[in-house]
Design a binder for this molecule. Sequence first.
Ligand SMILES: [Ca+2]
Length: 469
Amino acid sequence: MDFSYFCCMKNFIAATTAALTAASAALATNASAATPNSPAAPPAAPANPNRPNIVIIYPDDMGYGDLGVTGNPDIKTPNLDRMALDGIRFSNYYSPSPASTASRYGLMTGRYPIRSGFRWVLNPDSPRGIHPEEITLAEALKAQGYHTAMYGKWHLGTTKKDYLPLQNGFDEYIGLPYSNDMIPPKFQDIALMNGNDTITMNPDQTKLTRLYTEKAIDFMSRHRKENFFVYVPYAMPHVPLHPGKEFAGRSKRGTYGDVVEEIDWGVGEILSALKKMKLDKNTIVWFMSDNGPWVLKGDQGGSAGLFRDGKGSTWEGGMRVPCFVYWPRHIAPGINEDVVNGMDVYATCICLAGGQIPSDRPVDGYDLRPYLRGESGAGVKDGVPFFYHGLDDNRLMAVRKGRWKLHISTYSQLGLNYFDKKEMLLFDIYNDPSEKYEVSAEHPDIVKELLSICEEQLAKISREGNFYQ
Ligand SMILES: [Ca+2]
């Protein structure tokens, strides 16, 4: 790489930092451009046969390589394997963020996490949470007459009632409202919540996966004659690992494998309950991890498979996670290799429910229905870049367009300095999914194009602001 090019990159980093600082300052002084509040929810109506029920299962910190169908040799996941083979496996699916809160923000709002106005991981005492002006997926589906419920980890704010699930579109909620390691002695006592109330403090975590599964099935059963949306963000395999007693000690992969196998059981229970209730053909089930594995935890963490690094990083291992969609008779089974992400799930679910993607604010997700129908060359995402955001302030770290991925800056969960801390790294993700061979010197034109896309995106995000002032 020649010197002038290096200078260009350095200038870009300076400009990036300046743009982000300017954006923060603008947000601190100007009212947000976005306006209307979440739509008022009409009373839930009887099931509309043209609109599927929607189930989203969202385990915490499960890696790309943790399932049988994605190549794990030692963890048995027959239910997820079948779901993947009989459904669609999105092999280039990205979580909205390599961290929990920001990932859930992306899924629940269809918007890049930098639009949230808060950090990538909220603590139990964080003053901010999901802004009331956001239109969550639950609110959007409720507006279409869906009954809505959530069982599991929320992690979008707890310090104000406004931040909790019931105030954000869910009719029912049971779960730990943040990570299962935010517990004493490091943190305050954690509540197992029922709606806005506390069931108990510091619950026995070995019962959580079963509890969330059974509650989800109970809700589906109670609303089987109406349209429903059930969101099941399991607390694990986030550390600490607490398999149920029927699963403890069962997997060759140790406690981590036990926990993943119990989640696989939960998925099997949900799919079989839908079948027994004859709802399987009218229910679309999504399964995605919220971010990559916590590889730093050694045998307590998962595997990113062939991808580099893990949770927290914007290397592929931090954000490329399993994604399966199951909807018998309605979707064309197979593997879809296009670049999709959790914000797209938001947009797609709203469209499936007969709603409109909100147009009064920037939404980054795309309607993937043509992909679900298996329309070859549907091209919904052709030429659409994907932006990787990371670190505490959800800053732009990398961009992918088609086969190319450019890192503007990097962070490793493992503290490793890959490529001698060189900045502006270019990879051909088709040929090199493990990001081993850095090729910026061979493709200066591609680097220039991707830098320009990043500059445009930074300016756009800065201009559009967020709901916090
Ligand atoms: Ca997570």
